[in-house]
Ligand binder design. Structure first.
Ligand SMILES: C[S@@+](CC[C@H](N)C(=O)[O-])C[C@H]1O[C@@H](n2cnc3c(N)ncnc32)[C@H](O)[C@@H]1O
Length: 733
């Protein structure tokens, strides 16, 4: 039962808890005992450390080299005593993670051990694939040198089915205590070497062994951007509460709730260390035969109960976050051209990823659809901020004594279906100022709705609708206030500067632009999921069994080529970043100020940035940059998504439920939420170390028909300049 459903809870996201089991040669009993009696959702069961009488898995004393001697060599008979029939396909696939023999050492000096290890690894993975297991747990490398192990895993990955390989890595970072196993004292380095050798393969992920002592918070934070699938918590990492039951330290609690918040499954490992009543597997089996009594308690049940308690104690997600769940880490590509693709990938236990369409989204060249306007209009916080800014500007512009005689000319440029017109009228009413409004909009479809709104509200005397591109409108008079909202996630990336340059012709010399300025920001991030998902993905949480019903579609999906090509790595994506590690504070990139009547102005920009990671983080991988904006609307009224100053509760997307949204998404196409971050990927991720800053360069380039960004890393290792001449990603003028 999912953690959130225990005790009558119904959390919208499913989290599961597994148990690492000892050897048992009776798989049906092992499963029944741990699932029915123990209450666990899955077992992490040895594929190799099983006894002589194994029904279904392998003999632990088996070594390929001994076997060959016994039977005269040359035989390729696998050492299985049983069959795959002992469990149903859905039981194998939903409830068993295979544990590869822990004795294997593919980098041993001993050649026989090395070759036996390779043979065993390949046989066990092959058996696990045959059983359609969703994942296999690979033992930790035995030493820092793991090239041969990684080579074999990489070979396996080349032709693996959907199965994930979880490399077991102890969660250790101790600068003063280096070992042969981890010479740097930092187990992240071990993981990093291994995944680099395997070329960041998307089916290679991490299972972290959580021990009793934990590294610093910064160092732990790195893992949230890595593909961590499981956290294996050892029973000796638990403390004992006053009633003798297991509990975790505050730091461990924070870590585990952080993992649960990032869809990382928990696995309990070890023996009962606390004096609570229990029953052993053997006694349960003795009493009940094949049917284990659910009333009897599994020895590790108190640990599971504690994890379920931690999960249920987590604050429920705010409504807005719940709406945005299905957008988490879902890359939305603003590529040119329609290229519908459908692609489903089965992730391990509870995530199915629906990859959807490449949709053209050219904010200036194309016209937005009704649904997109509706999305904008749900963001009440945005309009409240605009109303405040407009109100303040009106009061500054018109003194109280002239309020009833002076009419302010206000132009909403890019009026859409009219919400900023409404905000302006409300600001005028609130401040007692008189207004004359021009609503300028280039989308003829939105203009239809504008006309109907004006009629419906009886605004005919105050509001004039102009169906025109603001860059070429010949205005009958000049404006006191120019109101616009042409901002993208990176501020200027929807060409607000170019549009407002055109519109300021009809702003008085002392006129006010709302917004008055905006700035983009970036920060380096570890984001292995985003880096792997170069085509748009939409994640939906489903149960293990639902996951299985998708398996045929998954097979189909695998035929769809992953678009890890230059074009896709030179594109910036709108994304609700979630499973990322933010490695350093944001730095400002480009600022635009309006109006700008200078004759020498240019919208080209160039910025060199330096980022330092905190010294206790350890080394980290930079997969790209998360980008944000902050806009000054008027004086101190601002609007933005830069994390340290973000406007609270800005509504990014709308849907009455995530499931509902998935459907509407497929039916009607992409709604790009206005205020998610933007992600600039790096073609090749860059490893950074404390004390060695990351030097990054960003350019905003302007041509006669398009605007684009170029970016690169100059240090510690130069990357290519991405998106040269806007060859992959640009916004049309
Ligand atoms: C981000 S939407 C905002 C719409 C509306 N103000 C709102 O808050 O819902 C930007 C609007 O500006 C319009 N727009 C963009 N560039 C324009 C231009 N050069 N001239 C006129 N309208 C433009 C678009 O068609 C779109 O309706």
């Amino acid at each position: 039962m999912a953690l959130g459903e225990r005790g009558g809870w119904d959390k919208s996201e499913s989290r599961y808890c597994g148990v690492e089991t000892d050897f048992n040669d009776d798989m049906p009993h092992l499963l029944s005992f741990n699932l029915s009696s123990g209450g666990f959702d899955f077992v992490v069961a040895s594929l190799g450390d099983l006894g002589k009488h194994s029904h279904n898995l392998m003999d632990p004393n088996y070594r390929p080299s001994l076997m060959e001697k016994d039977i005269g060599g040359g035989s390729h008979v696998l050492p299985f005593a049983g069959s795959d029939l002992v469990l149903s396909p859905s039981q194998w696939s939903s409830h068993v993670v295979g544990k590869i023999s822990s004795w294997i050492d593919l980098d041993s000096e001993d050649e026989i051990l090395r070759t036996d290890s390779e043979t065993t690894l390949k046989q066990e993975i092959s058996w696990a694939s045959h059983l359609s297991l969703q994942a296999c747990l690979l033992p930790s490398p035995k030493g820092a040198s793991c090239a041969n192990y990684a080579r074999c895993v990489n070979q396996i990955l080349q032709s693996l089915n959907n199965m994930q390989l979880w490399l077991r890595i102890p969660l250790v970072k101790n600068d003063d205590d280096t070992t042969d196993f981890i010479p740097s004292g930092d187990s992240w380095e071990l993981w990093n070497s291994f995944r680099l050798l395997c070329e960041h393969h998307s089916q290679l992920s991490v299972a972290l062994d959580v021990l009793s002592s934990l590294p610093s918070a910064n160092s732990l934070g790195r893992w949230l951007g890595e593909p961590v699938r499981a956290a294996i918590i050892h029973t000796d990492s638990f403390l004992t509460n006053a009633r003798g039951y297991p509990c975790l330290s505050r730091r461990h609690q924070k870590l585990i709730t952080g993992f649960l918040n990032h869809s990382i499954q928990v696995v309990i490992s070890g023996k009962l260390n606390h004096g609570v009543p229990s029953v052993s597997l053997d006694s349960a089996l003795d009493h009940t035969g094949t049917n284990v009594e659910s009333s009897q308690r599994h020895s590790l049940r108190p640990y599971l109960d504690y994890i379920a308690y931690l999960y249920q104690r987590m604050d429920p997600l705010p409504e807005q976050e719940r709406f945005e769940l299905s957008y988490r880490d879902f890359l939305q590509s603003p590529l040119q051209g329609h290229n519908p693709l459908f692609h489903i990938i089965s992730d391990e236990f509870c995530t199915i990823e629906f990859s959807n369409y490449y949709l053209s989204f050219q904010p200036l060249m194309d016209n937005l659809e009704a649904q997109t306007y509706e999305t904008f209009e749900k963001d009440s916080v945005k309009y409240i901020q605009y109303q405040r800014a407009i109100g303040n500007a009106l009061v500054d512009r018109v003194p109280d004594e002239e309020a009833s005689s002076l009419t302010t000319v206000l132009m909403v440029v890019g009026a859409g279906r009219g919400p900023l017109v409404r905000a302006s009228l409300q600001a005028a009413e609130e401040t007692g100022r008189k207004l004359k409004i021009y609503a300028v909009e280039k989308n003829p479809n939105a203009v239809v709705t504008l006309h109907s709104l004006v009629r419906l509200e009886g605004w005919e005397k105050t509001v004039t609708i102009v169906s025109c591109d603001m860059r070429c409108w010949d205005a009958p008079e000049k404006a006191d206030i120019l109101v616009s909202e042409l901002l993208g996630s990176f501020g200027d990336n929807e060409l607000s500067p170019e549009c407002l340059d055109g519109a300021q012709r009809f702003l008085k010399q002392d006129g006010i632009s709302i917004p008055s300025s905006y700035t983009s920001f970036i920060q380096p991030v570890t984001a292995s999921k985003l880096h792997n998902d170069v085509i748009p993905c939409l994640c939906a949480q489903v149960s293990p069994l639902e996951a299985i019903s998708f398996s045929s579609k998954c097979a189909l999906a695998l035929q769809v080529k992953s678009h890890k090509d230059v074009v896709h790595f030179e594109t910036a994506y709108v994304v609700k970043v979630h499973s990322v590690a933010r490695l350093a504070p944001c730095e400002p990139v480009f600022t635009f100020t309006h109006p700008n009547f200078s004759t020498k102005k240019s919208n080209q920009r160039y910025k060199k940035l330096r980022f330092e990671i905190p010294s206790d983080t350890g080394s980290a991988m930079v997969h790209g940059f998360a980008g944000y904006f902050d806009a000054m609307l008027y004086k101190d009224v601002h609007l933005g998504i830069e994390p340290s100053t973000a406007t609270p509760n800005m509504f990014s997307c709308c849907a009455s439920s995530s499931v509902c949204f998935v459907e509407s998404y497929f039916d009607t196409g992409l709604q790009i939420p206005a205020w998610f971050a933007i992600f600039f990927p790096l073609r090749t991720p860059v490893c950074i170390r404390p004390g060695s800053p990351l030097e990054v360069h960003f350019w905003r380039c302007c041509g006669s028909t398009k605007v684009w960004y170029e970016w690169c890393v100059a240090s510690p290792n130069p990357s290519p300049v991405h998106n040269s001449n806007g060859r992959s990603y640009w916004v049309g003028l």
